[in-house]
Design a protein around this ligand. Structure first.
Ligand code: SAM
Ligand code: SF4
Length: 387
């Protein structure tokens, strides 16, 4: 008997019908997985796009063991690598896992629910991919060096980190094995996500878009700095195009945190895309600097506070109590309930705050910028920090 999704204790569609390749060229089960835990525990079992095909990945021992563990609710296998979802669910937030499940049980992927249930039951190579995010196509190619980002996601951040002697290597673009693109053609792809790096800078991304059926949902996360004319021309007849334009707040906040960005140009590109596509919106991270400035942005155009920074010291836990009070007061004035709730739950971590300030000070020197021009409330801490 094929089990229904609802009958499993803790099932997740991602290892069954999702394809995610990282900017370094690793096949990973999904974008929410804890990378540190994954490589610590299963590093020797992770397949790469240089050596392995998509079919190889779905038949790899790691993928098979993971699928089996999910079906049997063997938490020992996945409690560490899936801790982002487990934590979110415990805190009462909808996890990445729950979001995908809901898409199959209630929303736009409902017509594929039974087929997914069969794939799970048989542990077979997928007959469709509910989502593809192939970051190995462009590697970490990016024209910005956003402070909260990382060398793995941005070549510009990478080169700054090398100049600052924080690291001593440059990522190289990963190779995709020779049939990667043809192999992708052999799957029915329900949603293709283009993130990055900066997806609009990557020529192969446009080629991939042109190859998709007009029914494929196209989701793009872009920094908004690249002229979208070519994108518009290719995607204008697609049934569903969702575009998230990443900024961190109004002009001064975005230009400072997303180093290399120009808010006025981003706004112009946003409006060009909004004229053609229905679902264009701003997205921000929620970090220690921008949290109180997000509501100002959301008055300008459609958007939402997107992903909280949790993987480095730009998290809201780096906000000391006196600045937290200033930020909370500002958020109360704006009536920003979700952000207030998020900030109230932050637990101050002084070590992380100094790490963040040193990180900022090194970059301010290199870029000839100054944190205090945009965030003067940090004066007493910034001036006492030896970067
Ligand atoms: C890595 S970027 C790649 C796409 C594109 N370059 C952009 O900035 O939109 C994807 C998303 O991750 C967000 N992001 C960057 N660093 C982050 C972090 N440390 N934690 C959570 N989200 C982050 C970005 O703001 C962006 O919305
Ligand atoms: S634009 Fe995107 S990929 Fe580039 S540095 Fe910023 S967040 Fe990272």
């Amino acid at each position: 008997m094929v089990k229904k999704l609802e009958e499993y204790e803790w099932i997740c569609p991602e290892p069954f019908t999702n394809l995610y390749t990282s900017t370094a060229g690793d096949y990973l089960p999904c974008c929410a997985i804890d990378w540190n835990e994954l490589f610590k525990k299963y590093g020797d079992k992770i397949y790469t796009t240089e050596k392995h095909s998509i079919r190889d990945y779905f038949n790899s021992s790691f993928n098979k063991d993971f699928k089996k563990a999910l079906k049997e609710n063997n938490k020992d296998f996945f409690k560490d690598i899936c801790k982002n979802c487990i934590k979110s669910e415990k805190a009462g937030f909808r996890s990445h896992r729950q979001w995908y499940l809901e898409r199959f049980t209630k929303d736009e992927l409902k017509h594929k629910k039974e087929e997914l249930e069969k794939i799970i039951h048989e542990e077979s190579t997928p007959t469709f991919l509910h989502s593809v995010e192939a970051l190995s196509v462009g590697g970490n190619t990016c024209n910005l060096a956003c402070n909260m980002c990382s060398e793995g996601a941005s070549s510009k951040y990478n080169s700054e980190a090398v100049k600052l002697n924080e690291i001593d290597f440059m990522y190289t673009k990963p190779k995709n094995y020779k049939n990667f693109y043809d192999d992708l053609d052999s799957y029915k792809i329900l949603e293709f996500k283009f993130t990055g790096g900066e997806p609009l800078l990557i020529e192969d991304n446009y080629k991939l878009m042109q190859k998709q059926s007009k029914d494929t949902i196209i989701r793009i996360i872009t920094n908004g700095t690249v002229d979208p004319s070519k994108l518009i021309k290719i995607l204008k007849d697609f049934k569903e195009v969702i575009i998230n334009v990443s900024v961190e707040g109004p002009k001064d906040v975005t230009n400072y945190i997303r180093h290399g960005s120009d808010f006025n140009i981003v706004l112009k590109h946003y409006d060009m895309m909004q004229e053609v596509f229905q679902r264009v919106s701003f997205t921000t991270t929620i970090n220690a600097l921008n949290i109180a400035r997000i509501p100002e942005l959301l008055k300008m155009r459609k958007g939402h506070a997107g992903s909280p920074v949790t993987n480095n010291f730009y998290s809201v836990n780096s906000i000391p109590d006196d600045i937290k009070e200033i930020y909370l007061n500002k958020l109360y004035e704006e009536g920003a309930t979700d952000l207030i709730n998020y900030l109230e739950h932050a637990e101050y971590n002084e070590t992380d705050m100094w790490k963040m300030l040193r990180h900022l000070k090194r970059r301010d020197r290199l870029r000839k910028t100054n944190l205090l021009d945009v965030f003067p409330e940090w004066k007493k801490y910034y001036e006492n920090c030896n970067g």
